[in-house]
Design a protein around this ligand. Structure first.
Ligand code: GLN
Length: 214
């Protein structure tokens, strides 16, 4: 069934938004089960760019910088309101930091702050600045290759959220809370489109729910 295209935004003020946009386009083509609806990708820089979105990705980068720009461009409150109203939002790395309610290691000026998570910035220190590991991920049939770059770690998952992936040893690196998804690593830097496809599906379902409620 072909419907109106889904429009998924990628916050494009700093960080690796271009990689996420490319992955969304590839995931929409690759995954047979999401191929039924076209996906239009929109770079988001102003509150107007948030209009009629079906989902939003907050990319990796530098959370302090992204947070400052969220405030400067008047995006902080509109994104928070949209997320509260059910817009699917996925934060990767710096994006995870901006979605978390509690942050250890320096709180950015502007942030969404809705997920019941306590997140430690730059949790792996200088010794282990960047690393890669294969991780089982709830909802995926086989492990995902996870790339960590000066990554955060979830220190505590509150009762409103659930962990989706953990490092060997049990430290949490991905979580969901209703329409909100956070990953400490960078799926946009691998050829594996499955997490982007999963996000597209959740945008599709949320759009269906909104249409039925209208
Ligand atoms: N270390 C960055 C921060 O604290 C996040 C790194 C990333 O997004 N790759 O914001």
């Amino acid at each position: 069934m072909v419907g109106t295209p889904l429009t998924i935004g990628v916050l494009a003020v700093q960080g690796d938004f271009a990689e996420h946009a490319a992955m969304l386009r590839r995931a929409a083509v690759d995954a047979h089960d999401v191929g039924s609806r076209e996906v239009a990708v929109r770079e988001v820089r102003t509150p107007r760019d948030l209009q009629d979105l079906d989902g939003l990705i907050v990319p990796g980068g530098e959370s302090t910088t992204i947070g400052k720009l969220l405030v400067a461009y008047g995006l902080e409150a509109p994104i928070r309101d949209a997320a509260r109203n059910g817009l699917p939002v996925w934060g990767t790395c710096a994006g995870m930091i901006l979605l978390a309610r509690d942050i250890v290691g320096g709180e950015p000026d502007g942030r969404i702050g809705l997920m019941d998570l306590k997140v430690q910035r730059n949790a792996f220190g200088r010794q282990l600045d960047s690393f890669e590991v294969d991780l089982p991920f709830t909802g995926l049939d086989r492990p995902i290759h996870a790339v960590f770059i000066r990554a955060p770690l979830v220190e505590r998952v509150g009762p409103e959220a659930e962990a989706l992936a953990t490092l060997p040893g049990g430290r949490v690196v991905a979580a969901r809370q209703g329409n909100l998804l956070a990953t400490a690593f960078h799926p946009e830097l691998t050829p594996d489109t499955r997490l982007h496809a999963m996000f597209i599906r959740s945008c599709q379902q949320a759009a269906g729910r909104r249409r039925r409620a209208a």
